[in-house]
Design a protein around this ligand. Structure first.
Ligand code: ARG
Length: 455
């Protein structure tokens, strides 16, 4: 492509380090879309003829079909997707093919392709997050009143409902979706027409190509247009945060399916057996979802380090931008799909959850609150009295709601039989009616609100 200046071909090593066709062929559809928009604009501006435009457009369509059919002869000598497509176009349509690159450069071309590809994937994640949220919503609705232990420090804290726990994740994934949407908005400006770095003397119409490619506007500074990769960093940051949320839920699934917890069962579809231990059912999919964050956050780190310290405008370092994003997005796509499947199939063990919810004196706060509300005790004193009653229950080996009221009265004489009504896990959760609280009615309200939003 630049034969004029060179007399010898590059060394094999140069070719190996320089070529990106091995991975950037994933940008083929975007590259061709960008070229079609560019050629159409060049003709509309009188820079190329209508007949050249016609030949270029049909040539590009034919090349796309070839690529989709797996019949395109990708060549490492031609370095990257841009030169591969352009050379093929010339081979197919002759001289007109050589006019396509008028008024543009691979620098604005690759920036355009990569933005389009990233945008497409942000839209994909938007949909996949919607599927996952819908799965969480269904579980939350079915289990709005299913009592389970709530934890802090992974120690039993206060009873909550399974539905409330599901809705906590729904909120996280909704914010992830918001981050993807914000990123899409900022990303959606067109670099095309910035050319190598400084713009071009041809009378191009950048608004026209921007609109044709679904961008909101052309980028306002040609140096920035070819140098900026913060759209990819931002997408990777959003992906990393989303992956940490997936990882936390996956971790809970791993814990919950253990014999020690037995809170939920995962389906055959998302678990594996052991080749040696016949009794085993391993939550492999959850474990792998938990692990994917390593790859995704690693990609963010990798690209961040590539970009720091790069002078304006384009440097070949930036060719290293694509693989981390491809790898991270492939991982996130798999993780989102697998998680939605696991959530849909998961079956909570209601009896076991209820039993666990009552363990470890989980309604102690309710007892303290009763003392405050009925005996007008300062909360700190109530905390102390309750601590003594818990110690007594522990000594007797009973749960709080099984302790005799007379025993409690030996610690605090003002306690009456009415206290029993607040000491069951169900009563505890049901009483937490503050906005955002775990009471089944509050959970149902949130389920209804989100159904509205999602539908
Ligand atoms: N394959 C290159 C990349 O991904 C395309 C841009 C090449 N530009 C250049 N000035 N060599 O970055």
């Amino acid at each position: 492509m630049w034969g004029g200046r060179f007399s010898a071909r590059p060394s094999d090593l140069m070719q190996a380090i320089n070529a990106s066709i091995g991975f950037d062929q994933r940008l083929a559809a975007e590259d061709i879309a960008g070229s079609k928009a560019h050629a159409t604009m060049l003709a509309a501006q009188g820079i190329i003829t209508a007949s050249d435009r016609g030949a270029i457009l049909s040539g590009l369509d034919a090349i796309l079909s070839e690529i989709e059919a797996g019949e395109f002869p990708f060549s490492e000598e031609l370095e990257d997707i841009h030169l591969n497509v352009e050379a093929r176009l010339k081979a197919r349509i002759g001289e007109a093919g050589g006019r396509l690159h008028t008024g543009r450069s691979r620098n604005d071309q690759v920036a355009t392709d990569f933005r389009l590809w990233t945008r497409k994937h942000l839209d994909l994640f938007d949909g996949l997050l919607g599927d996952l949220m819908a799965a969480l919503l269904d579980q939350a609705e079915a289990h709005a009143a299913t009592i389970m232990p709530g934890f802090t420090h992974l120690q039993s804290a206060q009873p909550v409902t399974f539905g409330h726990h599901m809705m906590a994740y729904l909120e996280m994934f909704a914010r992830d979706r918001g981050r993807m949407r914000d990123c899409r908005k900022r990303l959606n400006e067109s670099p095309l027409g910035a050319a190598a770095l400084a713009g071009t003397p041809y009378p191009i119409d950048r608004d026209m190509t921007a609109a044709a490619l679904g961008f909101d506007a052309p980028m306002a500074n040609s140096l920035d247009a070819v140098s900026a990769r913060d759209f990819a960093l931002e997408a990777l940051a959003a992906a990393s945060i989303c992956a940490t949320h997936l990882s936390r839920l996956a971790e809970e699934m791993v814990i919950w399916t253990s014999a020690q917890f037995r809170f939920i069962a995962l389906s055959d579809a998302f678990t594996t057996g052991s080749s040696i231990m016949p009794q085993k059912r391993n939550p492999d999919a959850a474990e792998l979802v938990r692990a994917k964050v390593g790859r995704i956050l690693g990609s963010l780190t990798a690209l961040m380090v590539v970009m720091k310290g790069l002078p304006l405008a384009y440097s070949k370092d930036m060719q290293e931008d694509k693989e981390p994003v491809f790898e991270a997005f492939d991982a996130l796509e798999l993780a989102l799909r697998a998680m939605a499947g696991m959530v849909r199939d998961m079956v909570p063990d209601e009896a076991r959850l209820a039993e666990a919810a009552g363990a470890a004196f989980s309604t102690a706060t309710d007892l303290a609150d009763w003392l405050v509300m009925h005996l007008d005790m300062p909360f700190r004193d109530a905390h102390h009295v309750t601590g003594r009653i818990v110690a007594m229950a522990e000594e007797k080996g009973v749960t709080l709601d099984a302790l005799e009221v007379s025993d409690m009265q030996s610690v605090e004489s003002g306690i009456t039989d009415d206290v029993v009504s607040v000491l069951s896990p169900l009563a505890s959760a049901t009483s937490r009616t503050s906005y955002g609280g775990t009471a089944p009615d509050r959970v149902r309200e949130q389920v209804a609100r989100w159904r509205d939003i999602l539908e």
